[in-house]
Every structure is written in structure tokens, then in C-alpha cells.
Ligand binder design. Structure first.
Ligand code: ASP
Length: 586
């Protein structure tokens, strides 16, 4: 038997017991007469003592051991003279009387401590060492715990976990597919699933009634910060349900996770329509940990001779409470912030509501104190508050103000990572116009049903942009953590949908034929959603990056730094796959 106990469990209760422990050498201290070693495994750290007087041989041996050596020790549990109340095992130590080195280790390239001296790249290259660090281990433990909670919760509700294939047919809608060449079918390719969408709908046709899967998904997108080319969804689908059933079911799941993991309980999650989310937060994933809702200011801002406002489609502002004492420098910073190319505002107007009831603004030339008071009343700004105003084309301006609102929220400490504010965003637009290709795209995917009230609009091309989807997102702290929709199960509606997306019947048949075919054999009404599991873990883990919650993540360029993937393959492999590489221009 390698061990009797782990390195995290022995306490004063075990005094006098003979034990065998295994683990890695975290640290050793040589005090001449005594040598101390901290032995670490997944469960904790236990202090080992080697005494020069009683066991000079062992003590000599212990002194020579390096960091991260793998050890097995036998000894007796003893009370420590100087206790460490910060460690669960801090009251005891092991008086060692047998030591075996199970494996030696090279000096690790960074310290295996909570705060490592290794940079990101180095830690990714040696991820297996990084995994030995407490913070990374704790993240994976949280991930495991969440996965188990999800599985048990859904299983108790009669959901079946069913695996769907990873080698599937490529479909051009959505993001770019990763493709896999087929050796047995030269010139043909599988795609890796962007999500199990079509299969889960087929499972509903197959009568499975309630399905879920912790599903690996693959999207070959240009990687923005903190996106992974492969990621995990909690993917779900249900038959014979309406939107309300879906929202209730998965709100229940989220409440369960928040209660179990964070100890917080919630009443019904707020719901907001997509239109209102854009109007009041400029975002379809509003962070509602704080207020600072948008106030539209056209009626007080226009007609006073300030051309910038007069010519704008929309003048809209936020009120930052207690910020009237912002300095020139702080206001300049905010102006620079909104003018950054990623945000793209032309400028920022501020109006300070001074403590003495006067106003000071960047547009004093155009507006009287009376005019500015009207702004303040609209924004419900009090003495001491600061109004920040943007203007321009409506949707663009809202998105810009959304960034500013988040920035102000962060500056004012209104977005603490240990507060969780979930909400549903409903009634998304069904279609999104793309200027470049001059056609509509499905905002969610082509199987999303239109809002029942808007069905007739499918026959009115000029109104296509107004059609609402029967779709919903769940948002947590400004992140879309899940989304889904009621699916189209009626062949005629699906045909119309393909028509609005510019597919000919032949194209629709070629791409989605098997699903459409299945729908002709009695598809039940069905609906579902998928959560982004990695992101959910990172938010509940109160961390910014999803990478820290994935055992072996890719870097921002989509590379596995440790295994060095992607990589070239041999000429033989290429030949076998009937692939000829065209030399790339450098
Ligand atoms: N498959 C969808 C997605 O990946 C989610 C859904 O509609 O269930 O976004």
C-alpha cells in the first residue's frame, strides 16, 4: 500500500499513529539539527521532521532532496511545538523513520506556489506543473463540483445525458467549422460540431423527451481575448414545452448552482426584452449588479443651438452618483476611453451637479443653468452627481455608452466578483441584416422559431427586420452564460425561414436535408438552450479568465503550448488523406 493517509487530513486526533504518506516536496528547511519538509498532494500539505540526533542517516538523505521530488515516508504523528493555525494539518508533524524517493524531479521552471513567479506562457508550456498549484487545482475542483451538480439536478428532472457525435457534417451557417479529412472518402471532410444543435433536435424527434450533455464544441473563430477554439456547453433540449417551461427549468438549475456553490438564494430572475436591454443598457447582456441605466435626452438636449446634439439621431446619458468632484484629469481619461478606436465615440459631454446647486459642463457655451437643470431632472441627478452624455447614430451610441457605463461601474467598485446578478433577456430579433453579403442571417440559428405574434411578418419582406424570435439568453454579471430558443417544428415555417435567409430549396435540402426529412416524421414541439460551461465556472469561481478553469487550454492564438498543436503532419499522412499542400506565400 502506497499510503495510509493523504497530506491534508492528519490532525491532533491522529497523535501517535503510524502513517505512510506520499506526495511532492514543496519546500525543505535545514536547521542543522533538524530538517523540515513540507509534503504536498492534492489534499494539502503535511510537515515532515527529520532529526539529526535520532536518525542522522535519514536527515542527511532528506537534506539532499530537491523541490518536487516524489516521496513516500513512514512515521509517527506528533504534536508541533510551533503550530500553524492557517493549515488544517498545522497542529501536527510527522517524525519520519522511513523515507523512499519514488521519483526525482528536475528543478521546476517556476515556483509551485499560490502566487507563482511563472508568466502565462511558461505556465501553459508546463501546465502539468501549473496544475499542482492550489489556485488551479481549486478551479478544477469547482468545475467538477458544478458538473456533478448539473448532472444530478437535470437527471432528477428526467433529463437523459446522451452523447452526440463529434465527427459531423459541415454546415456553412454560424461560425467557421473545424474540418477533419476522411481517409476512407478522399476529398471529403467531417466537421467538428459547433454545438450538438441538430442532433439534439433529432433526439427530440426520436422521443427522448429531455436531453442534456456536457458537450465539447468547436468553433474556428478569430480568437478574441478569452475565447477558446474548443469549449464545453451544458447543452439541453426538451419536448412539449413552451418558453415559460424552459425558463423555469433552467432558472431552477441556476438557482440550485448559486445556492450550492455560493450560498445565495434568489427570487424570480428579472426578465428584460432585447429592445429594453438595448435602450437602458446598450447591451444584450447587461451587467445589472449596478443601476446607472441610460436616460434618453433628446427633448432636453436638442434645439438649443448645439449642432452636435441637434444633428444626432440620439442623445443619451448616464448619471454617475457622487462623481461631481471628478478632476479635469479624470474627465480627460473618460473622454480618451470613449474615443479609443475599439469604442469609437467622437467625444464625451459631461455635466457636473455641484454641491452648491450650480452646474459645470463641457457645453456651458450652449446651455443655461436652467437647461442643465432639465438634464439633471431627466437623469434624476442630485447635487454631487456627474452626468456623462454621448450622441450620434442610435445603436452605435448605445453600444459606446454601454462601455462607458461598465467602465464607470468598475471605477466605482460596483461590479464586485462575489455578487451575482442573473437575468433573462428575451424577444431577440430573429434576423440580422448583413451589409456585406446583403442578406439576413439568423441571429441565433436557422431553427429558431419566430415569436408567435410575429409569424405573419414572415410573409412581408419589408418587415423581416422587425420579427422577434422566440429566443432567450441568460446573462450573469454582464456575460451571456446561456442561450436558446423555441425551435421551428413545422415544415412550412421552416421553409419560409430558409427563404428569408436566402436559401433555395436545393441549398436548404443539401445542408439541412436530414433534419428537415426527420421533421416530416412527426417532430414534437421542442425547445432548448445551452450554457457556456467554462464561462459559468469562471464567474462562479470569481475569476476573469476561462482558461484557468480548463485543464489544458489553448493560448490566444489557438495553440496548445504544451503539446505544440497544431503541427505539421507527415507526407505519408497527407498522401493517405489525399491532401496536397499548396506552398503558402510568406
Ligand atoms: N446550440 C445553441 C448555441 O450553441 C444553443 C441552443 O439554441 O440550444 O448557441
Amino acid at each position: 500500500m502506497y499510503r495510509t493517509n493523504t497530506c491534508g487530513e492528519l490532525t491532533l486526533k491522529n497523535l501517535g499513529q503510524s502513517v505512510t504518506l506520499c506526495g511532492w516536496l514543496q519546500r525543505s528547511r535545514d536547521l542543522g539539527g533538524m530538517t523540515f519538509i513540507d509534503l504536498r498532494d492534492r489534499y494539502g500539505v503535511t510537515q515532515l521532521v527529520f532529526n539529526m540526533d535520532s536518525r542522522p542517516d535519514l536527515c542527511e538523505q532528506a537534506r539532499k532532496l530537491g523541490r518536487e521530488y516524489v516521496l513516500q515516508v513512514k512515521g509517527v504523528v506528533a504534536e508541533r511545538s510551533s503550530k500553524n493555525p492557517k493549515m488544517p494539518t498545522g497542529d501536527i508533524e510527522i517524525l519520519v523513520d522511513e523515507l523512499s524517493v519514488l521519483n526525482a524531479a528536475k528543478v521546476p521552471p517556476f515556483t509551485i506556489e499560490d502566487h507563482s513567479d511563472g508568466g502565462d506562457d511558461l505556465r501553459m508550456k508546463y501546465r502539468y506543473l501549473d496544475l499542482r498549484r492550489n489556485p488551479v487545482r481549486r478551479n478544477l475542483e469547482l468545475r467538477h463540483r458544478l458538473a456533478m451538480l448539473v448532472r444530478n439536478y437535470l437527471s432528477d428532472l428526467n433529463f437523459l445525458e446522451i452523447e452526440t457525435p463529434c465527427l459531423i457534417k459541415s454546415t456553412p451557417e454560424g461560425a467557421r467549422d473545424f474540418v477533419v479529412p476522411s481517409r476512407m472518402n478522399p476529398g471529403q471532410f467531417y466537421a467538428l460540431p459547433q454545438s450538438p444543435q441538430q442532433y439534439k433536435q433529432l433526439l427530440m424527434v426520436g422521443g427522448m423527451d429531455r436531453y442534456f450533455q456536457l458537450a465539447r464544441c468547436f468553433r474556428d473563430e478569430d480568437l478574441r481575448a478569452d475565447r477558446q477554439p474548443e469549449f464545453t456547453q451544458i447543452d439541453c433540449e426538451m419536448a412539449f414545452v413552451e418558453q415559460e417551461d424552459v425558463l423555469q427549468t433552467f432558472e431552477g438549475l441556476m438557482k440550485h448552482l448559486l445556492k450550492e456553490v455560493k450560498g445565495v438564494t434568489y427570487d424570480a430572475f428579472p426578465r428584460i426584452t432585447w429592445n429594453d436591454a438595448m435602450k437602458y443598457y446598450g447591451s444584450d447582456k447587461p451587467d445589472i449588479r449596478f443601476g446607472m441605466r441610460f436616460v434618453e435626452l433628446d427633448d432636453v438636449a436638442k434645439g438649443k443651438g448645439f449642432a452636435v446634439f441637434d444633428d444626432a439621431q440620439l442623445v443619451v446619458g448616464i448619471c454617475a452618483e457622487g462623481c461631481a468632484d471628478y478632476t479635469r484629469k479624470q474627465l480627460d481619461e473618460l473622454t480618451d476611453f470613449v474615443k479609443r478606436p475599439q469604442i469609437g465615440a467622437k467625444g464625451l459631454v459631461y455635466i457636473k451637479c455641484n454641491a452648491d446647486g450650480t452646474f459645470k459642463s463641457s457645453v456651458d457655451k450652449f446651455f443655461t443653468a436652467e437647461d442643465l437643470r432639465a438634464f439633471a431632472e431627466k437623469c434624476q441627478a442630485k447635487a454631487g452627481d456627474l452626468m456623462l452624455v454621448l450622441c450620434g447614430e442610435a445603436m452605435k451610441t448605445r453600444k459606446q455608452l454601454s462601455e462607458l457605463r461598465l467602465e464607470m461601474g468598475s471605477r466605482l467598485g460596483l461590479r464586485p466578483s462575489n455578487v451575482f446578478a442573473p437575468l433573462w433577456v428575451i424577444d431577440f430579433p430573429l434576423l440580422e441584416w448583413d451589409e456585406e453579403t446583403q442578406r439576413y442571417y439568423a441571429m441565433h440559428h436557422p431553427f429558431t422559431a419566430p415569436h408567435p405574434e410575429d409569424l405573419p411578418l414572415l410573409d412581408q419582406p419589408e418587415r423581416w427586420g422587425d420579427i422577434r424570435a422566440n429566443a432567450y439568453d441568460i446573462v450573469l454579471n454582464g456575460n451571456e452564460i446561456g442561450g436558446g430558443s423555441i425551435r421551428i417544428h413545422n415544415r412550412e415555417v421552416q421553409n419560409k425561414m430558409f427563404h428569408t435567409l436566402g436559401f433555395t430549396d436545393e441549398q436548404a435540402q443539401a445542408q439541412f436535408g436530414f433534419l428537415m426529412g426527420a421533421f416530416e416524421y412527426g417532430a414534437p414541439p421542442h425547445a432548448g438552450l445551452a450554457f457556456g460551461f467554462d464561462r459559468l465556472c469562471s464567474i462562479l469561481g470569481e475569476a476573469d479568465s476561462i482558461r484557468d478553469f480548463i485543464a489544458f487550454p489553448k493560448n490566444n492564438a489557438g495553440r496548445d503550448m504544451m503539446a505544440e498543436a497544431p503541427s505539421e503532419i507527415s507526407k505519408e499522412q497527407l498522401d493517405e488523406l489525399a491532401i496536397r499542400l499548396v506552398p503558402q506565400e510568406k
